[in-house]
Design a protein around this ligand. Sequence first.
Ligand SMILES: [Zn+2]
Length: 353
Amino acid sequence: MSEFLFTKSLEIRAQTLKMRRNSSPHMHEELSDEPKFTTETGHPVVGTPHLENRREFLEHAMAGTAAALATSLPSNMAIAQDHPQHEHHPDMGPLLAKELAHPFNQDPNKWLDAHEKEWQECFDCSSEPVTEVEMVCIDERMLMQATTQSGKRILRMAGSGVLWKNADELVNAIESYIKKLANGRPLNTITVKISAHLTCGAAGIAFGNEENPDKAASNYQEGTIVAKLRARGINAVHTGNAPMVKGPHTGIAAAVDCTDGRLQRLPGINSFVISSPNNVEQAIKEAMLALQIAAGSHAYGEALNQFTFVIFSDPARPEVAEQITKALQEQTKEYTAKGMDIRFVTRRAPAVK
Ligand SMILES: [Zn+2]
């Protein structure tokens, strides 16, 4: 079902782009009581009275085609569309101007060349046995580690995996991923940490019919994904809500890690991050979702005129990055046809030593 909704969200992007900001639905949660975080990237934390967020954007998108969806959705998948309206939206203009002015967005190739050492250090290149795998949302507002840790992998999937076709597909992928990393060691020598987060758009897609989609996603992660992994002898734990930056989506870039999670952080780039466990199709879908969010009515909407995909290829399997790049180039044609500057930059991740 979530894949159906995910696909649906892709199809309705065009309508979403046309929607007005002043007709967005009510937000479920406010983060006003959350501590303010500063991003490692130096991007300021944006304080706004109302949080623009992915789920709100997606619910908005869904509501826009509610009539069409209502005829095709099972009754239990009805999309919430009765939220009170609110009119308070941050002025995204200055935020977009600021992003566009960032040297990375000015010239990604030049920036990556100038900061080669920094971005290379974001990858775990050690041959230390992997003892920890973190599963985090692709959301660019998730806080990142300050340093790279040896023997750790970070997978970045929408809602930590809630948009996969079904739990078994995800669990199968994680299991074979862990087996490969364990390399003969007992599976329980690797801890898999799965986190949720507030105002998660993926939760909104997968559980938009629930009163509290974040909570529903969290329950699904813990009660289904973690439980199924544990049943297979994998030491999986749910770690609750991960810390995140307060404010609307501001990223106008998506980094696609083709190294199966060796990329642990980003050096001063405000960017979504996608890292699937050897699932190219899912990585492509979620990279497109990042663009849709940035171009959606809860981020920059039609004002967005530029978006950059940074593809980090794995020197051991360069064909994965090629396949993803090709698919994204094809799928972003609609955007370029409208005049958006979609950029692709590829860099070879450093090899494992
Ligand atoms: Zn999320």
